[in-house]
Write a protein that binds this ligand. Structure first.
Ligand SMILES: Nc1ncnc2c1ncn2[C@@H]1O[C@H](COP(=O)(O)OP(=O)(O)OP(=O)(O)O)[C@@H](O)[C@H]1O
Length: 780
C-alpha cells in the first residue's frame, strides 16, 4: 500500500546506510515510517510503498520497501520544510515569516532571487546569501535523488551515484547510463540497461554495445578466465543485447565487432592472436557456463570454438599475465654453482624426526636450494610439509631470512602449527592497506611492492593452488630480485577461486624446476581418506564398503531421503559418534543451484542447525534470513572491510586490520536492528560488521560448494550426491572434497555417483595464457 505525508520528526537515522525511523503526518494522521531513505529530513514530503507491521515495543509501524522524496508543493509543507532545520540559519519562526511573505513562491525566491529575502525583517543581505547557499546545496542533492529515483533507481543506489558524480549526474546518466556499471560497484550491465531503457536510449547505442562487451568480459573473469576467444565474446555480447525471440540481426553483430576494435584502440581490451600450438595449452576447449558460479553465462555457446585464434583480454588481465611472467622469470636464477651443502642439515632432521627422506624428497630439497624459483607439488601426505620443514632448517643454517605465507588465514595457521615457524597470509605479508588502486582487477594497495619489497632471502608459499593471478602478481611485485621463491601446493586441487590457474600454468610452462611427490608417507595407512584420495586422483575406482573407520557411504534415494538423512547426521549422529561440535562438520556440495545446491541446502540445514528461536534476533534479506548463530561465508574479496580481534575480556581490540576474503567462514554473533548491521566473527577470531545493505557479501555456510572449500580442512566432511548434469560431477571436484577432511568423509545419497565422478576427467578448465607468456619470456 502507498502512504504519503510530511516528515514531522526524524526519530533515528543512520547516515551510512540510510536506515531511518521517522514520523509522517499523512491524511489519516501520524504514522511511524521505517526503512531506508537517505536524505530524510523533517518537513520533506514522502510517498512510500510498504505495509504495516507490529513492533513489540513501538506498536504499529509502516515498513516501507520504497520511498520517494517529493518537493513540498503547498504552503504548509513549504513552511514545514523550511522550518525543519534543514537549512542553516532558518528556524521555525523565520520559515513562517518567509512563507507568509512569499507564499508558494518561497522556494523559488530562495533559489533564484535570494536577495529578496532581505525584504523580511531580521534577514540581512549576508544572511540571505547564506540561506540561498545552504538551500541550494540540499536542493541539489534532493533534485538529483528525485531524478534518479524517478528512473526507478532505489534510493540507496541513487545516493551512491550522486556521491560519485555530483552535479554531473544528469549529463552522465542521460548520455551514458552504462558508465554507472563501470564506476559503481554493485551495478551491472542489466541495471544500467534498465535505466537506459527508461531514458529511451537506443538499443543499438554504441555505449550499450561497449558496456555489454565489458560485462561479458568481466563475467568470464568472474568464472576464472583471464581472456576469452573473440568469437565467444561476440556471441555472449550478442545474447546480452538481444533476447532469444528476436530475429538474428547481422548489423548488431557487426557493431559488436566494431566496438571490440574501438575498445581495443581505447586500450580497454587487448586482442592477441594465439597460435594453435598443441604444446602451449593456451587454448583449452572450455565452457564458460560454470554451474558453481553466480554469473549467468548460460548463454554462451562453446561448441564451435576449437579454431579460435583471437584472445580478448580486459587490459589489466593481459598486463597482469605479461608482467607476472617477466617478474617470475627474473627471479629464476640458477644458484647451483654455489653448491650449497645441505646433507648435514638433512641428516640432522632425519635423526630428530626418526625417518629417512626418499630420493624424490631429497631431490625436491636440492632443487629448491639450487633454483631461484622452485615448485613442489604432491597430493595429501606425500611430504610437502616435511620438505618445507627441512628447507626452513637449511635456510636457517645459511642464516637466510625466511618468510612463510599461505593464501588463507586457516592455511597459514596450519603451516605455522606444522613447522613451528610463524606463517602469515599473503595479504598480511604484503601489508594490505585497504585502499584500492585503479580498476577492479588491478592491484590493491599493499605497502609491500616494487618500491618497498619484502625483506627476505627466501619466500615459501604453501597451498599455492589457491593463489589467483591477482594476488600472485602483487606478491611478485614485492619480491626483490635475488630472493628465492618456493611454491608448494597440490596441483590436482581445483584452481583458485579467483581468476587464473597459476600453479598449473607455472608447471605446464616447463620453465621452472618442478618436483612432483607421489608417494604417500602419512602414518596410519588404514586411513581410507588418503588412500581413496590418491585412488581418485589416479582415476581408480574406490571400494564402496562400510568397514572403514573414516570413509563412510550412506546410500539414500532421491532428494527427500538425502535431506532427511543430512539433518539427522548433522544434528545427532555425527556429533555424538565423532565427539565433535556441530560446527566442525562441513557439508560440501558440487553445485550452487538445483536441489543439492548450496542455496537450497542452506535453507534446509538452517532449519535444524540454527532454527528460529525465542529472542534470537534475525534479519530478512529477500528470502534469506540471517539469524544470530548462523554459519556464514564471505563471498567476495573486500580489501577495505575493517576487522578487529578482541582480547579475552571482549572489550578491547588486541589486533585490528582490513580485508575479508572470499571463502572466509564464521558465525553471526549479533543482528542489530537498531544499528542495522550484522556482526560476524570468523573462525580465526576476526570480528567485522556488515551494514544491512552490504549483506550481498555474505551467504550461509552450513553447506558450501566444493569450490569454495579449497585450502580449508574440516574434521568431518559430508558430501551429498544426487544425479545432476554430468559436467558438475567430475574427478577433480571429488578429489578436492575428499582431501578437505581430517577425520572423516561421509558420502550420502546416490553412492554409484562416486565412481561416475572418478570416471569423469572433464575439468573446469580456464582460459589463461600465463604458461605461454612464461615460455615467451624465457625465450627472450
Ligand atoms: N620419507 C618419509 N618417511 C617416513 N615418513 C615420512 C616421510 N616423509 C613424510 N613422512 C611423514 O608423512 C606424513 C605426511 O607428511 P607431510 O605432512 O609432510 O605431507 P603433506 O604433503 O604436507 O600432506 P598434507 O598436504 O596432507 O598436509 C608426516 O607424518 C610425515 O612425518
Amino acid at each position: 500500500m502507498v502512504r504519503e505525508g510530511y516528515v514531522e520528526k526524524v526519530i533515528y537515522k543512520n547516515e551510512d546506510n540510510g536506515y531511518a525511523v521517522f514520523a509522517v503526518e499523512g491524511e489519516d494522521g501520524e504514522d511511524i515510517f521505517v526503512g531506508n531513505l537517505h536524505g530524510v529530513a523533517e518537513g520533506i514530503y514522502v510517498s512510500a510503498e510498504g505495509d504495516y507491521v507490529e513492533h513489540p515495543t513501538y506498536d504499529l509501524q509502516f515498513k516501507f520497501t520504497s520511498c520517494e522524496i517529493k518537493m513540498p508543493d503547498d504552503v504548509l509543507s513549504i513552511e514545514k520544510y523550511l522550518g525543519s532545520g534543514i537549512i542553516k540559519g532558518v528556524g521555525e519562526a523565520l520559515a513562517k515569516r518567509i512563507v507568509k511573505k512569499f507564499r508558494m513562491d518561497s522556494l523559488r525566491i530562495i533559489e533564484e532571487e535570494p536577495e529578496r529575502l532581505a525584504e523580511i525583517r531580521g534577514i540581512s543581505e549576508r544572511k540571505a546569501r547564506d540561506i540561498a547557499v545552504s538551500y541550494n546545496e540540499k536542493k541539489e542533492m534532493q533534485d538529483a535523488l528525485m531524478f534518479l529515483t524517478g528512473l526507478n533507481i532505489p534510493v540507496n543506489l541513487a545516493v551512491k551515484i550522486y556521491n560519485e558524480y555530483g552535479d554531473e549526474v544528469y549529463d552522465i546518466v542521460r548520455t551514458n547510463p552504462y558508465k554507472i556499471a563501470e564506476d559503481i560497484t554493485g551495478v551491472g550491465f542489466r541495471t544500467a540497461d534498465e535505466i537506459a531503457d527508461r531514458l529511451g536510449i537506443g538499443r543499438d547505442s554504441d555505449f550499450r554495445v561497449r558496456a555489454a562487451i565489458m560485462y561479458a568480459l568481466s563475467g568470464a573473469n568472474g568464472l576464472g578466465h583471464m581472456y576469452i576467444p573473440q568469437k565467444m565474446l561476440v556471441d555472449k555480447t550478442y545474447s546480452l543485447l538481444m533476447n532469444e525471440y528476436m530475429p538474428y540481426d547481422p548489423e548488431l553483430e557487426m557493431s559488436i565487432c566494431n566496438q571490440i576494435i574501438e575498445l581495443s584502440v581505447a586500450g580497454k581490451i587487448i586482442i592477441k592472436e594465439l597460435k594453435d600450438d598443441p604444446d602451449s595449452g593456451e587454448l583449452p576447449d572450455v565452457s564458460l557456463d560454470d554451474p558453481v558460479a553466480d554469473i549467468d553465462m548460460d548463454l554462451l555457446d562453446t561448441e564451435s570454438e576449437s579454431n579460435v585464434t583471437n584472445a580478448v583480454y580486459a587490459a589489466p588481465n593481459y598486463y597482469m599475465e605479461l608482467n607476472s611472467a617477466r617478474l617470475l622469470c627474473e627471479l629464476n636464477i640458477d644458484f647451483s654453482k654455489a653448491k650449497l651443502k645441505i646433507d648435514k642439515v638433512v641428516e640432522t632432521v632425519e635423526k630428530s624426526e626418526n625417518m629417512k627422506l626418499a630420493d624424490a624428497q631429497r631431490l625436491a630439497i636440492r632443487n629448491a636450494v639450487d633454483h631461484g624459483v622452485a615448485v613442489i607439488t604432491g597430493g595429501p601426505g606425500t611430504g610437502k610439509t616435511t620438505i618445507i620443514n627441512v628447507l626452513i632448517k637449511i635456510y636457517e643454517s645459511f642464516r637466510m631470512k625466511i618468510v612463510l605465507a599461505a593464501p588463507t588465514g586457516r592455511a597459514a595457521k596450519r603451516i605455522t602449527e606444522a613447522t613451528g615457524y610463524g606463517a602469515q597470509t599473503i595479504h598480511r605479508m604484503l601489508e594490505l592497506t585497504g585502499g584500492v588502486e585503479g580498476e577492479e582487477t588491478s592491484a590493491y594497495t599493499f605497502m609491500r611492492n616494487e618500491s618497498n619489497p619484502l625483506e627476505a632471502d627466501v619466500i615459501i608459499i604453501d597451498e599455492m593452488s589457491m593463489v589467483d593471478s591477482s594476488i600472485f602478481y602483487s606478491l611478485l611485485k614485492a619480491v626483490a630480485p635475488g630472493t628465492r621463491l618456493v611454491l608448494v601446493g597440490d596441483s590436482d586441487q581445483l584452481p583458485s577461486v579467483g581468476p587464473g590457474n597459476v600453479l598449473k600454468d607455472i608447471i605446464a610452462s616447463g620453465v621452472f624446476s618442478v618436483s612432483v611427490l607421489d608417494r604417500i608417507y602419512r602414518q596410519g595407512e588404514d586411513s581410507d581418506i588418503i588412500g581413496n584420495a590418491h585412488r581418485i586422483k589416479d582415476g581408480e575406482h574406490v571400494e564402496i564398503k562400510n568397514k572403514s573407520r573414516d570413509f563412510f557411504f550412506v546410500p539414500r534415494n532421491g532428494y527427500n531421503e538425502i535431506v532427511a538423512e543430512l539433518k539427522v547426521l548433522l544434528t545427532k549422529q555425527l556429533p555424538s559418534y565423532f565427539g565433535v561440535d556441530k560446527s566442525d562438520i562441513q557439508v560440501l556440495t558440487p553445485m550452487r543451484k538445483y536441489d543439492m545446491g548450496v542455496e537450497n541446502l542452506n535453507k534446509q540445514l538452517q532449519d535444524v542447525l540454527n532454527p528460529e528461536g525465542h529472542g534470537k534476533p534475525e534479519h530478512d534479506r529477500g528470502d534469506v534470513v540471517f539469524r544470530q548463530g548462523d554459519k556464514v561465508m564471505q563471498v567476495k574479496n573486500n580489501y577495505k572491510q575493517e576487522w578487529k580481534i578482541l582480547d579475552p575480556s571482549g572489550r578491547f581490540a588486541k589486533e585490528e586490520g582490513v580485508g575479508v576474503f572470499n571463502g572466509d567462514i564464521g558465525f553471526v554473533k549479533a543482528v542489530d536492528d537498531y544499528e542495522q548491521r550484522i556482526v560476524v566473527e570468523f573462525d580465526d577470531g576476526r570480528q567485522t560488521e556488515y551494514p544491512y545493505n552490504q549483506l550481498e557479501e555474505l551467504e550461509h555456510a552450513f553447506a558450501i560448494t566444493i569450490h569454495k572449500s579449497q585450502g580449508s580442512e574440516y574434521p568431518v566432511v559430508v558430501i551429498p550426491l544426487l544425479r545432476c548434469p554430468p559436467k558438475l560431477l567430475n574427478r577433480n571436484l571429488l578429489y578436492t572434497a575428499v582431501t578437505r577432511a581430517r577425520r572423516s568423509v561421509v558420502i550420502v545419497g546416490n553412492i554409484g555417483l562416486v565412481n561416475t565422478m572418478i570416471d569423469n576427467e572433464d575439468e573446469q578448465k580456464r582460459y589463461t595464457s600465463f604458461a605461454l607468456r612464461l615460455r615467451e619470456m624465457e625465450r627472450r
